[in-house]
Design a protein around this ligand. Structure first.
Ligand SMILES: [Zn+2]
Length: 342
């Protein structure tokens, strides 16, 4: 998904209407700041190997494009996997229309760790795959594996759930964790690559993020609240860079600082850059609208106004060859550790 959002000031009151983010809006990147020192309590070990295997497993199902057999099979596998870790799992089926007029059957998946805990943190990711590699230099209609864009984020969530489920009560965090996997995030209209196609949803809303749009207006669990949320998106590629994205800073600065300072304390400043980047349309737009202050951890190029995303984005090169256990580990260990702060 994801094109640049207009600067927030220009967007005031227009978020729901904007389906045409301005790709040419120039980057407003702040000066780099230094990390604040932070004392880390003990936390369990996140396995990059396990997260890698979870990524490969999803890719092996085939592209997780809504209405496909691979999509249904992957969804069933995710539900079973969370249940096998003892989490409380709920499914939220819905139908949606994509920009090209396809009626899709989709479902969001919610898995709760420590569902009785009053204090909660949400972990968001999208589990569907974009149906076409429209950013590919040559194969624009080809399917794509979505190894980083989709599978890696779900894999980090799954590995967090696995590790948490193994902890005895004495080593459990003081918060409950809700893993909320959105469907149909990535079948949106990209005006940069699909100008020859008609966006049939134009004027009717955002063609991206259909699962989080549905969830944000049909909260599951009902009246859902969390202290903050973390959205993983494209968190598995070798050499990934995560900057502090604009909407995340605007809505969840306290959580941005917790995450980035924790990453620095763990030695992951090669991945988590202390620099600011412009806004993106991603699922956090809707989770923030739902009142969950949400941080988007997403691989992007902070200082390049011409190209916001890496070359593999929406291309056939987004396959297992670009996935790196070390990136998965850096993201997963950092956010797992953040659950143990306070
Ligand atoms: Zn995408």
């Amino acid at each position: 998904m994801r094109t640049l959002r207009l600067p927030l000031a220009a967007l005031a009151g227009l978020l729901v209407l904007t389906g045409c983010p301005d790709k040419k809006s120039t980057a407003t990147v702040d000066n780099t700041t230094a990390p604040a020192e932070i004392k880390l309590p003990n936390a369990p070990v996140f396995s990059g190997d396990s997260a890698y295997a979870f990524t490969a497993k999803q890719v092996a199902f085939g592209p997780r494009v809504p209405n496909s057999k691979a999509h249904v099979a992957t969804g069933n596998w995710l539900v079973a996997k969370f249940k096998s870790y003892g989490l409380k799992v709920m499914e939220q089926p819905f139908e949606a229309m994509t920009f090209d007029g396809t009626l899709i059957k989709a479902r969001n998946i919610v898995a709760q760790y420590q569902p009785q805990a009053a204090r909660r943190v949400a972990i968001f990711a999208h589990w569907d795959t974009r149906p076409f590699a429209d950013n590919d230099p040559t194969k624009k209609n080809a399917p794509m594996d979505g190894a980083s864009d989709g599978a890696s984020a779900v894999a980090v969530a799954l590995e967090m759930a696995r590790v948490l489920s193994l902890q005895p009560d004495s080593l459990a965090p003081n918060v409950g964790v809700d893993f909320i996997l959105f469907d149909a995030e990535d079948w949106g209209y990209d005006s940069g690559t699909q100008a020859d196609l008609k966006n049939q949803l134009e004027g009717a809303g955002d063609s991206w993020c259909l699962g989080s749009q549905y969830w944000s207006t049909h909260l599951l669990p009902a009246n859902y609240k969390a202290e903050f949320g973390v959205l993983f998106d494209m968190v598995g590629a070798r050499g990934a860079k995560f900057s502090r994205e604009e909407l995340s800073r605007e809505k969840a600065r306290f959580a941005v600082d917790k995450i980035w300072n924790t990453a620095a304390a763990l030695g992951y400043t090669d991945y988590f850059l202390f620099s600011d980047s412009p806004g993106i349309t991603d699922d956090h737009v809707y989770t923030n609208q739902a009142g969950i202050p949400t941080v988007d951890i997403i691989d992007h190029l902070p200082n390049n106004p011409e190209q916001y995303f890496p070359n593999y984005h929406h291309a056939t090169t987004d396959n297992m060859s670009i996935i790196d256990r070390n990136t998965l580990k850096a993201v997963g260990q950092t956010v797992l550790q953040v659950l143990y702060l306070d």
